[in-house]
Design a protein around this ligand. Structure first.
Ligand code: SF4
Ligand code: SF4
Length: 422
């Protein structure tokens, strides 16, 4: 009749015991010393009262004995990977930026701003040919700093608005910006294009931020951005399907220092600010030592939650990373090349094609298949097949797998803690 799910994870916490199911993302908090045998042994489950049994069944800790969870997960992952109803295109019209962050992986590259006119003209031709083939198109504005070219981005979105009505598809937008050039007028215009997510970044704490995230002229930006955060929240707090994400890049900092800095954001704004916390990792452009790593981020989330912030959890499921983990996503670079991931622009196999001057698309079959093969490799790996973290990890970063031919195990705190905080 019933069996124990393969994806029950039990963790001791300083306040008690966390029981989490990585497939359903359900979590329970038990008092210290509580019995956890029902999550491991079906005989122990059978001895529980009916009400408790129902809760465990409803949340997927206990499942029908005929189910094959691994096959279900694999099926859903593959189905999502090859879904053709949705396109997510991240626009990188230029790598130019008005900040000079030392860890930026784009900073040594040619910015390509001389191609802006051509970029949007070819993009429009591509959109004309292709957007109508999808039920929905996500246009993500990325950079460099995309708002250096706000006029061009918004003109393109105005065109999409008209095209989507004429050719019957939906679209929505998102933006990752350093925030410095954001005005009420631009924000209002973006919201007219169904802006679902806006992300800006603070570096660690005020002191670090003002050292690393400076304007090109050397001016610090922390307090300037705190004012922008107030403006964004004032403007968007009543929009229910919009998320304002504040990314905190951790680099050689402490929870106390980050806490002090986050207190600059007024209490009444905090519930509308969704914290996304990540440690800065080394790229070809940044090789400093960082005593912070992603296995500590739960402490930062706890602190953020206690201050009244919301915790950001990406809503994606059945994909291994927040960006480039399936067939329907790509970055369009300033030279109109198509990339699956741009975190290492020296790694040419991540560049899988280009858009030609007439708006037609060329995809290199070998590189595309290599990416897909690595995205799927988790389902052939013995350790992954037996791993309780599989539905949260899927073998880790595809870029690293392509480069090293090895899976990239991720810690529970990174893959799963966010689901619990949500
Ligand atoms: S570096 Fe890895 S995890 Fe990050 S966006 Fe690229 S493929 Fe995804
Ligand atoms: S890469 Fe490691 S942590 Fe991730 S699913 Fe495979 S075995 Fe588990």
């Amino acid at each position: 009749m019933y069996k124990v799910s393969n994806y029950n994870i039990i963790k001791d916490d300083e306040n008690g015991i966390i029981v989490y199911n990585s497939y359903t993302k359900a979590s329970l908090f038990l008092e210290k010393g509580s019995s956890i045998s029902a999550f491991k042994d079906i005989d122990a489950f059978n001895k529980l009262d009916k009400e408790t049994q129902d809760i465990l069944i409803k949340n997927g800790f206990i499942i029908d004995s005929s189910r094959d969870e691994f096959a279900e997960i694999k099926y859903m992952y593959e189905k999502k990977y090859y879904d053709k109803t949705f396109l997510n295109i991240a626009l990188v019209p230029s790598l130019a930026c008005n900040f000079a962050c030392p860890y930026c992986f784009e900073k040594d590259l040619k910015c390509g701003k001389e191609n802006i006119k051509k970029y949007f003209s070819v993009l429009k031709k591509f959109a004309e040919k292709n957007f109508k083939n999808y039920q929905c198109v996500q246009i993500s504005l990325f950079g460099g700093e995309p708002l250096l070219f706000a006029k061009e981005c918004l003109e393109f979105l105005d065109w999409v608005k008209v095209d989507s009505k004429e050719r019957d598809y939906r679209y929505f937008t998102s933006i990752v910006t350093n925030g410095s050039l954001l005005t009420e007028k631009i924000l209002k215009h973006l919201l007219e294009h169904d802006l679902k997510m806006l992300q800006i970044t603070l570096d660690s704490d005020k002191e670090t931020h003002d050292l690393t995230r400076r304007f090109k002229n050397g001016d610090p930006s922390f307090e300037f951005l705190i004012d922008k955060i107030s403006m964004i929240v004032d403007f968007t707090k009543d929009i229910s399907d919009f998320k304002f994400v504040l990314r905190i890049n951790l680099s050689n900092t402490t929870t106390d220092k980050v806490e002090e800095s986050l207190k600059y954001i007024k209490e009444q704004y905090r519930p509308y600010v969704n914290l996304l916390i990540r440690s800065v990792y080394n790229t070809h452009a940044y090789k400093d030592k960082n005593k912070n790593n992603n296995s500590q981020i739960d402490k930062y989330f706890e602190m953020g939650k206690n201050l009244g912030f919301s915790i950001f959890q990406e809503s994606f499921q059945y994909q291994s990373c927040e960006a480039c983990a399936d067939d329907k996503f790509f970055y369009l670079m300033p030279d109109l090349t198509i990339w699956k991931c741009i975190n290492d622009l020296n790694y040419n196999d991540a560049c899988i094609g280009k858009i030609n001057g007439d708006g037609s698309i060329y995809i290199d079959p070998q590189k595309n298949v290599k990416w897909a093969k690595n995205a799927m490799s988790t389902f052939n790996d013995k350790e992954c097949i037996n791993c309780k973290l599989l539905p949260d990890c899927y073998g880790g970063c595809i870029l690293k797998k392509c480069k090293t031919c090895k899976k990239q195990c991720r810690p529970f705190e990174m893959t799963s803690m966010l689901h619990i905080f949500r």
